[in-house]
Write a protein that binds this ligand. Structure first.
Ligand code: GLU
Length: 478
C-alpha cells in the first residue's frame, strides 16, 4: 500500500455497542495496525432523538476495554477534528451551499403523510417505492407559498440518471442505476444532516482511504458514491464485510441472546477472548488456527480472507475460547480481574486471605468458563459457603464411607507431616488400614471435604484447606 491508510469506525451512539459493530471496529483497527495506518473514531450523533450521552460514554469504555485504541477521535484530538458530527454542523451547512450553488439539490416540502401516501400508491401499483421528485419542479413562487405556510423544507439531492460503479474489496465490482433511486434527503427539515451526506463529507475531509463496514450499508454506499461525484471528491476504497447471524441465519439480534459487548463483559468474557472470537468469525486464518492473540491476528489480517456469506455467532464457541484464555491467564492477573465478580458473588474481597484466594483461583481456573461463574467454583473453600449436595450425601451414607472418614480423621489428628505431604501419606495409610480402594475410598473424602461429588484434584484441595479445616469438615461423620 503506497500511502499510509486511514480508516475509521463511525458508530452512532443510539444503543449499546453490538458485537457486530465491535467486529467492524476490530476489522478497521486490524487493517490500520497491519498496514501501519491510522484508526479514527468518529461519533455520528446527528440523530438527536436517538443519541444519548450515556451510550457514548459506554461506547468509549467498551472500545477501551476491548483494547481498540484510536489514533484520533474523542479524547484524542488530531488534525481532522472535531470528531463528533454534532460539532461539525457548520461544515455540513457549507457543503449544502456548495451543492445548492451547483443546482444539485432542491428543497422538499412534502410532509411525512404525503410521503407515506406516495409510497403506498407505488407499492399498490407494483412499482418500487421511492421519492418521485414531486418538489423538484416547484417554481420560486410555489416554494415561497409553502414557506409562508410555515413548512420547513428538507433538502434532497437530485439523483442523476446515470450508471454508478465502484469496486468493493470483498464483493468485487458493484454497479447500480440512478434511475432506480429516488432523490434522497441530505439535510433534514430540522437542519440536521442526513447520514449519507455527513458521512461523505467527513470521510473526505478526514482523509479516509478505506471504508470497511457491514454489508447492510451497501445501499448507502450507492448514494454516497453519487455525492462523492457531485462534490468532485475521490471516493475511498470500500470493503463491505458480511454480517453476524444467529443460528437461524437471521441478523444477530437481542432475541438470539446476548449481543452487546457490555453483556459479554458482565458475563465475564475476557476482552482478548471476545476479540479473538470476533476476529475469527467470517474470516479464515492460516492452518485453521483458532486461538490467536491480537498481535497474531493483526499480523495475519487481510480483507482477502473475509468471507462474503454471513458468519454464524456461536456463543458456546466463545465460551470455549474464553475458558482457554482464563486457563492461560497468569493467576495473579486473573485474581485481580475476578475482584468485581467475587464481590458480585457475595465475597468481600478485602476480607479474603490473598494467599488462600491465589491458591483457590490457581486450582480452579482450569474449570472456569466465565468469570461470573467464580462463586460456584470456589464456595466450598470457604466455611460459610460450604454445604453438602444431595449427591454427596448419598456417597456419605455408605458404611465403608464412614470407616474411611473415621480413619482419615484419626490419621490427621496424629499426623506431623508438612501440609503438602499429609494427603498422599494419609491415602496410603487408609488403603492399608481399611482395605477400601478406588472410588469408594476417594469419593467419601471428596464428599466430606468439598460437599460435592466432583471438582478439582483432591490433593490440591486438601493442601489449600489445610489440616484444621479438613478435620472440622470430617467431624460430623466421625
Ligand atoms: N453511523 C453509521 C452506523 O453506525 C456508520 C456507518 C458507516 O460506517 O459509514 O451504522
Amino acid at each position: 500500500m503506497a500511502d499510509k491508510p486511514r480508516v475509521r469506525f463511525a458508530p452512532s451512539p443510539t444503543g449499546e455497542l453490538h458485537v457486530g459493530n465491535a467486529r467492524t471496529a476490530l476489522f478497521n483497527w486490524m487493517f490500520a495496525r497491519h498496514h501501519g495506518g491510522d484508526f479514527i473514531l468518529r461519533i455520528e450523533d446527528t440523530d438527536e432523538t436517538r443519541s444519548a450521552l450515556s451510550y457514548q460514554v459506554n461506547l468509549l469504555n467498551d472500545l477501551t476495554w476491548l483494547g481498540l485504541d484510536w489514533d484520533e477521535g474523542p479524547q484524542k484530538e488530531g488534525a481532522y477534528g472535531p470528531y463528533k458530527q454534532s460539532e461539525r454542523l457548520d461544515i455540513y451547512a457549507r457543503h449544502l451551499q456548495q451543492l445548492e450553488s451547483a443546482d444539485l439539490v432542491y428543497p422538499c416540502y412534502c410532509t411525512e403523510e404525503e410521503l407515506e401516501e406516495e409510497r403506498q400508491a407505488l407499492i399498490l401499483s407494483k412499482r418500487m417505492p421511492r421519492y418521485m421528485g414531486k418538489c423538484r419542479q416547484l417554481t420560486r413562487d410555489e416554494r415561497k407559498q409553502k414557506e409562508d405556510a410555515g413548512r420547513k423544507p428538507s433538502f434532497r439531492f437530485k439523483v442523476p440518471d446515470e450508471t454508478f460503479q465502484f469496486a468493493d474489496l470483498i464483493r468485487g465490482a458493484m454497479k447500480f442505476e440512478g434511475t432506480a433511486i429516488g432523490d434522497f434527503i441530505i439535510v433534514r427539515s430540522n437542519g440536521m444532516p442526513a447520514y449519507n451526506f455527513a458521512v461523505v463529507i467527513d470521510d473526505h475531509l478526514m482523509g479516509i482511504t478505506h471504508v470497511i463496514r457491514g454489508e447492510d450499508h451497501l445501499s448507502n454506499t450507492a448514494l454516497q458514491i453519487m455525492l462523492y461525484k457531485a462534490f468532485g471528491f475521490v471516493p475511498p476504497t470500500f470493503a463491505h464485510h458480511c454480517l453476524i447471524l444467529g443460528k437461524d441465519r437471521a441478523k444477530l439480534s437481542k432475541r438470539h441472546g446476548s449481543v452487546s459487548v457490555g453483556e459479554f463483559r458482565k458475563q465475564g468474557i475476557l476482552p482478548e477472548a471476545l476479540m479473538n472470537y470476533l476476529g475469527l468469525l467470517g474470516s479464515s486464518f492460516t492452518e485453521g488456527r483458532e486461538v490467536l492473540s491480537r498481535e497474531e491476528m493483526m499480523a495475519a489480517f487481510s480483507l482477502d480472507r473475509a468471507s462474503k456469506s454471513g458468519a454464524i455467532f456461536d456463543e458456546e464457541k466463545l465460551h470455549w475460547l474464553n475458558a482457554i484464555y482464563i486457563r492461560n491467564c497468569p493467576t495473579e492477573n486473573l485474581v485481580s480481574r475476578l475482584q468485581p465478580f467475587l464481590e458480585q458473588a457475595g465475597y468481600s474481597t478485602d476480607a479474603l486471605d490473598p494467599v488462600l484466594l491465589y491458591g483457590v483461583v490457581d486450582l480452579i481456573k482450569n474449570d472456569l468458563t466465565t468469570l461470573s461463574a467464580i462463586g460456584n467454583h470456589i464456595s466450598f473453600f470457604f466455611d460459610d459457603e460450604y454445604e453438602i449436595t444431595a449427591e454427596a450425601r448419598q456417597i456419605l451414607e455408605k458404611e465403608s464411607a464412614l470407616r474411611v472418614l473415621k480413619t482419615f480423621a484419626e490419621y490427621l489428628k496424629n499426623s506431623a507431616e508438612a501440609v503438602q505431604e499429609i494427603y498422599p501419606a494419609a491415602i496410603k495409610h487408609l488403603k492399608e488400614k481399611t482395605g477400601v480402594k478406588g472410588k469408594d475410598l476417594f469419593m467419601p473424602i471428596r464428599a466430606a471435604l468439598t460437599g460435592r461429588n466432583h471438582g478439582p484434584e483432591l490433593d490440591r484441595v486438601f493442601a489449600i484447606l489445610g489440616k484444621n479445616a479438613a478435620l472440622k469438615r470430617l467431624n460430623p461423620f466421625v
